[in-house]
Design a protein around this ligand. Structure first.
Ligand code: FMN
Length: 226
């Protein structure tokens, strides 16, 4: 064969080998890049998972905190609606649950006509052992602080309030009494209740007019320094 032809063939072979080598190296680089990309994707997905875990834990902690945060409720008895009005204003001011103490046997206007010595309300107030039954169940355990409302009957709290104190475990709870009345203040009922349930952390109570405003309630609660 002609020497020149052999040289040309060798050159062509070298060029082909060169092209093959370049293609091979490029493929290799792409694979490496892909592997790196996959690794980095995996890492970023791990990081995302870790971040999600942290967020999940934080939200669990927040949930736990909510569960352990002290909760307040307004619990009240009202025969003719005056104490109910005040109870609703307090509950709105502090954004709390509100629970009515419902007597099993409702009080009729006859029951409440206190000018009649024999009316049911007077008989109950004169009977040390009277404990009128409560119709509804009240989940006392859900609350640490209770605003306890009632009308004044013959200077003190109606006997149904004692029924409430007898029915549930108030141990260690903070209770703030409030009342409505024709004119009598809260102090006699406060000391009677304190004497009856000394296991309760009683805070200073207050008598309200039915027209009490949310602002007045807010100011009162600030002064309580709960
Ligand atoms: C049996 C009975 C006794 C009451 N005794 C008093 C009292 O000693 N002093 C007073 O100021 N008001 C007295 N009142 C008036 C109530 O305390 C007052 O009307 C109260 O705001 C009613 O609240 P209520 O609508 O939530 O039941 C008495 C009312 C009743 C029915």
């Amino acid at each position: 064969m002609d020497k020149k032809i052999i040289i040309v063939i060798i050159i062509i072979l070298i060029i082909i080998l060169g092209i093959v080598a370049v293609v091979f190296l490029q493929n290799n680089n792409t694979n490496t890049l892909n592997t790196n990309e996959q690794n980095s994707n995996r890492e970023s997905s791990n990081m995302n998972n870790q971040n999600l875990q942290v967020i999940e834990n934080e939200s669990k902690n927040m949930d736990n905190n909510t569960e352990t945060t002290a909760r307040s409720a307004v619990i009240y008895f009202s025969a003719t609606g005056t104490t109910k009005n005040v109870a609703e204003t307090i509950s709105q001011a502090i954004d709390s649950d509100i629970i009515e103490i419902i007597p099993k046997e409702k009080y009729t206007s006859e029951d409440l006509s206190y000018n009649n010595d024999n009316c049911r309300a007077n008989q109950e107030q004169n009977n040390e052992n009277a404990r009128p039954e409560i119709e509804n169940t009240i989940n006392i355990d859900d609350y640490d602080t209770i605003y306890l409302g009632y009308p004044i009957w013959w200077g003190t709290a109606p006997k149904i309030i004692l029924s409430l104190l007898d029915s549930y475990n108030f141990n260690g709870k903070t209770v703030i009494p409030f009342c409505t009345s024709g004119s009598t203040g809260i102090s006699q009922s406060e000391s009677d209740l304190k004497k009856y349930s000394s296991n309760i952390n009683w805070l200073k109570g207050r008598r309200f007019n039915s027209s009490v405003t949310k602002d007045e309630i807010t100011k009162w609660i600030e002064e309580l320094e709960l």
